[in-house]
Design a protein around this ligand. Sequence first.
Ligand SMILES: Cc1cc2nc3c(=O)[nH]c(=O)nc-3n(C[C@H](O)[C@H](O)[C@H](O)COP(=O)(O)OP(=O)(O)OC[C@H]3O[C@@H](n4cnc5c(N)ncnc54)[C@H](O)[C@@H]3O)c2cc1C
Length: 375
Amino acid sequence: MSAVAEKEPYDAIIVGAGAAGIGIAITLQDAGIENFLVLERHTLGASFDRWPAETRFISPSFPTNSIGMLDINSVALGTSPAHALDEEHPTGEEYARYLRSVAEHYEVPVRQHVAVESIGKKQGVFHLLSSQGEFRSKNVIWAGGEFQFPKLNGFVGSHLCIHTSRISSYHSLEGDNFVIIGGYESGVDAAYHLALRGKRVRLFDAGHPWASATSDPSVALSTYTKKRMREERFRAYVELLPHAPITNVSRSDGGFLVTTADNHRVETPVAPLLAGGFVGGHHLISSLFEKREDGFPLLNQNDESTLTKGLFLTGPSVRHDNHVFCFIYKYRQRFAVVAKAIATSLHLSAEDLEHYRRWGMYLDDLSCCGEECVC
Ligand SMILES: Cc1cc2nc3c(=O)[nH]c(=O)nc-3n(C[C@H](O)[C@H](O)[C@H](O)COP(=O)(O)OP(=O)(O)OC[C@H]3O[C@@H](n4cnc5c(N)ncnc54)[C@H](O)[C@@H]3O)c2cc1C
């Protein structure tokens, strides 16, 4: 990655070089901000590189840019994963390749293998303590993501399960009979790939996500997944068990004993797979945010901490009212809002961001219609 003129304190430091970190970095450039840096504890796109090998994007990519509509999985104007990868539903590894090519093209200054360990603020300047020493900046954008911070403590014995984010390939899992806990996207994806290999799966969920009628894929299963669930293999090999919250997993002579809230017990020879979601990396700096009732950071209209001026959040943990920004096409809508706020605080005009509006991007308000599809 190219080095820009390095001046401490930086105007902004972005923590994390995933989809959100790279996307917001390019938007900062478009806002005229040059003195910034992206710090990444592993390598650019590391989370995507760690997806199970068989897992693909559920949101489809299509090269629509020529008509002024951004590819749904794009993080930067004028780029398209569909075009770059020749794939409609890329794997994680493919998408990481797209991110690296975009970062290279825009010469995003990424410093890899720098883990940010804590963030403090003294006399208006942020001090980021990292595995590679201290960095100072006027603004910080947290883009640490969720994938590398799985939720592992939802019930007694959950540590005995294998979280789906820790599985490198469903192909390599030993056994013929599986229990999966959690029936939203990751759980169904795991069940699908195991069923394709002729493995029997019992899929438990506390609710009934397979029957949800809402149109919002942050809450209901995607069309891509529903279609896979209709396949013969899935229907033959996967048993769906709704309204069955798991309260306990323990070891037994035959392997593992899984107990539901109504005391129903099933035995499984291999460790249950846990698809129970993520806690997110922002817990590392939770003292710098007020909390919403649901535990997510409370943000002002610019996605800035209400407690710590100059600290912004970007990515899937952004919440406003009842809006969940957990997909790329959702949280990228906030990039220009954050970039404009930082540029304005630095007395830059940010006028080049105006053309984001033509791509349907927000600049200064939430602009969500908040409506669900009616047909
Ligand atoms: C199985 C699966 C399928 C999905 N499918 C889709 C889909 O089809 N469409 C879609 O839009 N979304 C999908 N998502 C969601 C999407 O992947 C996430 O929203 C996206 O990865 C979030 O990007 P991010 O940049 O916020 O996080 P990440 O990609 O996780 O990037 C965060 C980066 O921050 C780094 N980091 C973390 N902490 C620190 C630290 N302290 N110091 C330095 N660096 C740090 C990490 O190493 C990482 O590289 C899917 C998610 C999963 C798990």
